[in-house]
Design a binder for this molecule. Structure first.
Ligand SMILES: NC(=O)CCC(=O)C(=O)O
Length: 282
C-alpha cells in the first residue's frame, strides 16, 4: 500500500518562511533574496507567506496597502520572469477604492499575473485571555474561489484562515487541483495544535498535496507567527517542515503517488452526494 515513490515530473515547490519586519522595502528585498536562493536550489514554484511585506495586524493593513497591479506586485512580476518560475506572492494588503483586502497574486514564468485571490474567510476569533483578532474590522472578504493552471497541474489557493473551511478545499479538488497552497500566519495559541492537523486533514480528505507557508516567528512582534511551514502529501504524511525561524523548505510533487493513492482508496468515486449534497460539489 502506498509505498513506491517515483518523481516523474518536475514540479519542485519551495516555501519561503521569511522574517517580516516593519520596513516594507527591506521585507521585499530580503524575501526576494530567499526566492532567488530557492530557485538556485531547483524550485520551479515558490510561495511566500501571508503578508510577506507587511507585519500582520489590523494596525498595519492600511499603511502597507497597495493597489494591484502596484508597487509590490510589479516587483513580483519581474522576479517571476527573471527567474522563470511560478511565483505565489504570499499576500499583501490590497487597497481597492475605500476597501482593503488580504490578497494573493500569482505570476507565471513569463511574468503574467495568472491569479488575484482575495482571502474569503476573515480571521475573526475570540479566545478569552489568549487571542482576540477581528480581521473584519479593517478588511473586506473576497468572494471568488482561487486556482491557477500551470504546465504541471492545477493549483488551488486559500489564505490562512481559509484552511479551516474544508468545503473550499473540496471544491478546489472537485475543480481538479492536485496541489493546495495556503500562504498563512497562524499564532501561538492555535498554531501548536491546529496548524499541522489542518494541513494534514486538507491533504488527506482531498488526496492531494497541501502546503502552508508562514512568516518566521518574531517574539517581539505584536502578532507572533507560529512558523512551521509544512508540506503534506496525499497519504497525509508530512514531507517537509520548517521550524520557527527563517527557512526555506522544498518538496518534489509526485503525481503518480496522487493517482496511486486515489486508486487504492477511491473516496472520490465513493462519495454519496445524493445523501449529503453540497450545492457546488454535485
Ligand atoms: N492569519 C490568519 O488567518 C490566522 C489564522 C489562525 O491563526 C487560525 O487559528 O485560524
Amino acid at each position: 500500500m502506498a509505498t513506491m515513490r517515483t518523481v516523474s515530473q518536475g514540479l519542485k515547490i519551495a516555501l519561503v518562511q521569511n522574517l517580516v519586519g516593519k520596513n516594507k522595502q527591506e521585507n521585499i528585498d530580503h524575501s526576494f533574496s530567499l526566492v532567488r536562493k530557492a530557485r538556485e536550489n531547483g524550485a520551479t514554484m515558490i510561495s511566500l507567506p501571508e503578508c510577506f511585506q507587511s507585519p500582520y495586524g489590523n494596525q498595519y493593513f492600511g499603511e502597507y496597502a497597495e493597489t494591484i497591479p502596484g508597487y509590490t506586485t510589479e516587483q513580483l512580476k519581474s522576479l517571476a520572469k527573471e527567474l522563470g518560475i511560478y511565483l505565489i506572492g504570499g499576500s499583501i494588503p490590497e487597497r481597492d477604492g475605500d476597501k482593503l483586502y488580504n490578497t494573493t497574486t500569482v505570476f507565471n514564468p513569463s511574468g503574467d499575473m495568472i491569479l488575484k485571490f482575495r482571502k474569503i474567510h476573515l480571521f475573526d476569533i475570540d479566545i478569552p485571555g489568549k487571542i482576540t483578532f477581528l480581521e473584519s474590522n479593517t478588511l473586506s472578504s473576497g468572494s471568488k474561489i482561487g486556482y491557477f493552471d500551470t504546465k504541471y497541474c492545477r493549483v488551488g489557493i486559500g489564505i490562512c484562515y481559509d484552511i479551516r473551511f474544508p468545503e473550499l478545499a473540496m471544491l478546489m479538488n472537485k475543480l481538479g487541483c492536485k496541489v493546495l497552497i495556503y500562504p498563512g500566519c497562524f499564532n501561538m495559541t492555535t498554531g501548536p495544535v491546529h496548524w499541522e492537523l489542518l494541513i494534514r486533514a486538507r491533504a488527506l480528505d482531498n488526496q492531494c498535496y497541501c502546503c502552508a507557508v508562514s512568516q518566521a516567528r518574531d517574539d517581539s512582534a505584536s502578532y507572533v507567527a507560529w512558523g512551521n511551514s509544512t508540506v503534506c502529501d496525499p497519504w497525509g504524511e508530512v514531507v517537509g517542515k520548517a521550524g520557527s525561524k527563517e527557512e526555506i523548505i522544498y518538496s518534489d510533487i509526485d503525481f503518480e503517488r496522487i493517482e496511486m493513492i486515489r486508486n487504492q482508496i477511491p473516496i472520490g468515486k465513493q462519495k454519496r452526494n445524493d445523501i449529503y449534497e453540497l450545492k457546488y460539489l454535485s
